[in-house]
Design a protein around this ligand. Structure first.
Ligand code: HAM
Length: 451
């Protein structure tokens, strides 16, 4: 073969190889795996910090005001705890089961049963009764995610366990929630209230309901058809429009209450009136968890454009301890859905609640100023001044751009000359006025200017 042809062929095959190489690289890049958060898992992002802080502060203040003490139970619990206390609807449809290690564990779907379990496990019945506990943490429900409904969400809960079976505790529980709404600054809250009676009046109530629902069987959804046999009370809780309509005509709970439950509910209402807490009795309110008896309630936020959010709820659960192996123990409590309360707060105020946090931007010029700046920034922060810095950047213009982005009022400029003279420049970024102050007076001067 002539040398010319040979070298042309060589060139061609080289180009082919390069092209192949490029193709492979592009393919590989496309294949590179990236990850997303899991569906329904609501994460807390930095821009929401203000709201979460506000919520947590209000929880703490409420707890301190009424002497609740904090408890944080494990996120993983034995499945049996919830199987015994919440009812099949939640257990079969909404629980995250964990398979590792051969045990039957779940991610907790709520905080009341774990708190009751801890009360038994740690012998809290030996303490002065009732025991008042509160918690704040993530819960997990395998629900269909949609706006305001997540598979991981946070709850803050308050529980009063033990003591007498006195309606005063139901009222004090609700008062706690009211105090929280006041602390967090949420005014447009509505409370719906009902009594679902005790075991003995429940038999009577269930009979009446079954007779009524049987007469309307054709109008009920498939799930409620099953509920009619397994748990007729739950039909009242169905969110389907056709079932809601049927529920509206159902026999009234309060008519079926035994005399003790009737007196209990009457007392709750009287205490609420004394406290000037407004409520609306809702005959169809049963709440979705099996452990409730007597008083049950839901809190709703009502915003503009017909917005209605179930932001919390609770009630009495006198049988829960027995359900999970303890002695009969009166108890009541409530939990708040953190994301939903925050959504309500944002709806009310718009997104303007966030306070400007950073007060000064520290700008350094040169290596010596960078090193010395480390301690100056510490000094400012120790004095309670919020400092934004960018010590890793050496370019002055880049630092100025960042200061502008941070929307701070003051910049502290520290260069070679200032290091030598033991001074710092304080520059007002709004009007451009700057002054040189000795380092010994830096903290005081900055504090005066950011007041
Ligand atoms: P709950 O009604 O199931 O009650 O939940 C309380 C609140 O948690 C709801 O009103 C709602 O704001 C929020 N929540 C519930 N599920 C979700 C979800 N999937 N996504 C976002 N937020 C949600 C309980 O959990 C009882 N432990 C309350 C209680 C305490 N009863 C007595 N003591």
């Amino acid at each position: 073969m002539p040398t010319n042809k040979k070298s042309a062929l060589k060139k061609e095959s080289l180009v082919k190889d390069i092209k192949k190489d490029i193709k492979e690289k592009v393919k590989e890049k496309k294949k590179r795996e990236t990850f997303q958060s899991v569906k329904g898992i609501r994460e807390i992002l930095p821009e929401e910090e203000f709201w979460w802080d506000k919520f947590e502060k209000a929880v703490k203040k409420t707890a301190q005001f009424y002497n609740f003490r904090r408890i944080e139970t494990g996120i993983v619990e034995q499945a049996g705890l919830f199987e015994k206390s919440l009812g099949d609807e939640v257990v079969n449809k909404e629980m995250f089961f964990l398979k590792s290690g051969g045990g039957k564990w779940v991610l907790r779907p709520e905080g009341t049963a774990p708190t009751a379990r801890a009360y038994l496990q740690y012998g809290f019945s030996k303490l002065t009764q009732p025991v008042k506990l509160y918690y704040f943490g993530p819960m997990f429900r395998y629900e269909n995610p949609q706006a305001g409904r997540y598979r991981q969400f946070y709850q803050a809960g308050f529980e009063i366990i033990g003591g007498e079976n006195d309606a005063i505790f139901d009222a004090q529980t609700i008062l706690g929630a009211w105090r929280f709404f006041e602390y967090v600054g949420l005014k447009d809250v509505e409370m719906k209230l009902n009594s679902i009676g005790c075991r003995s009046c429940r038999i009577n109530i269930t009979k009446r309901l079954v007779n009524y629902f049987k007469s309307k069987k054709k109008k009920l959804c498939k799930d409620c058809d099953r509920r009619l046999v397994e748990n007729p009370l739950r039909i009242l809780d169905c969110k389907k429009e056709e079932c809601k309509e049927v529920a509206e005509g159902a026999p009234i709970f309060l008519d079926g209450l035994c005399s003790q439950c009737r007196i209990h509910f009457k007392n709750v209402l009287e205490y609420l009136e004394e406290l000037k807490i407004s409520y609306e009795i809702d005959n169809t309110l049963v709440r979705g968890l099996d452990y409730y008896n007597r008083t049950v309630f839901d809190f709703f936020y009502k915003g503009g454009e017909g917005k209605k959010l179930a932001i919390g709820g609770g009630g009495r659960y006198d049988y829960l301890m027995e359900m999970i192996g303890g002695r009969p123990t009166p108890a009541c409590g409530f939990s708040l859905g953190v994301e939903r309360v925050i959504e309500a707060l944002k709806d009310k105020k718009g997104d303007m609640g966030e306070k400007k946090r950073s007060s000064v931007f520290f700008i350094h010029v040169g290596e010596v100023a960078k090193k010395r700046g480390l301690c100056l920034i510490e000094e400012l922060r120790s004095a309670g001044i919020q400092v934004v810095e960018s010590l890793s950047k050496s370019s002055l213009s880049k630092q100025l751009k960042l200061a502008d982005k941070a929307k701070v009022e003051l910049a502290l400029i520290f260069g070679q000359k200032e290091v030598y003279e033991e001074s710092v420049i304080i520059k007002n970024l709004k009007n451009g006025i700057q002054e040189v102050v000795p380092i010994s007076k830096m903290v005081n001067q900055v504090k005066k200017k950011i007041k």
